[in-house]
Ligand binder design. Structure first.
Ligand code: FMN
Length: 156
């Protein structure tokens, strides 16, 4: 069965998350849209929806959280969550993902998997020191993204 997939992405700081989303888009043969380009009813058409952004103030972008609030209730629709961030450890990433994850779960989405990796960060004082995580996502991160998406396809 062909899995019809869509990616909803916000990536404004250094387009870090967009780099990951582009790999997912190629493997899943999916379009990439912003939350503002989404009419919630049209999501019915898709079997698998990826929701991803940078992490800003310990959560996904507010446009993404607003979209999640606007989504109609669904039954067991498959979704995955992804992000790029300073990535201060797995526990922190779990926390950073939890707001979006809980909102989507409350609407009936089943979160089949989650992906995260480091992204270049020049927010605030960091810009005076050349930023943090320069060069990320790098080629290895993109390879991990490819493996993640391939695995999603195989899971169906
Ligand atoms: C306003 C702002 C707030 C941020 N807050 C966090 C944060 O709370 N935790 C974190 O790990 N990274 C934080 N970052 C770093 C971003 O998550 C990281 O640079 C990410 O890769 C940006 O993604 P983008 O280029 O797709 O927008 C912040 C960046 C900005 C610009």
């Amino acid at each position: 069965m062909v899995v019809k997939s869509l990616l909803i992405v916000v990536s404004y700081h250094h387009k870090n998350t967009e780099k990951i989303a582009s790999v997912f888009a190629r493997v899943l043969e999916a379009q990439i849209r912003t939350p503002k380009q989404i009419h919630p009813e049209e999501l019915q058409e898709y079997d698998l929806i990826g929701f991803g952004s940078g992490i800003y103030d310990a959560k996904h972008h507010t446009d993404m959280l607003d979209l999640a609030n606007r989504l109609p209730q669904v039954t067991n629709k498959k979704a995955f969550i992804f992000s790029t961030s300073s990535h201060m450890g797995d526990d922190q990433v779990t926390k950073d993902h939890s707001i979006l994850k809980e909102k989507l779960q409350s609407k009936g989405y089943v979160i089949v998997d989650e992906f995260s990796c480091k992204g270049f960060n020049t927010n605030s004082f960091l810009r005076h020191f050349g930023g943090m995580n320069k060069g990320r996502p790098n080629a290895e991160d993109l390879e991990h993204a490819e493996e993640f998406a391939t695995n999603l396809v195989q899971k169906g």
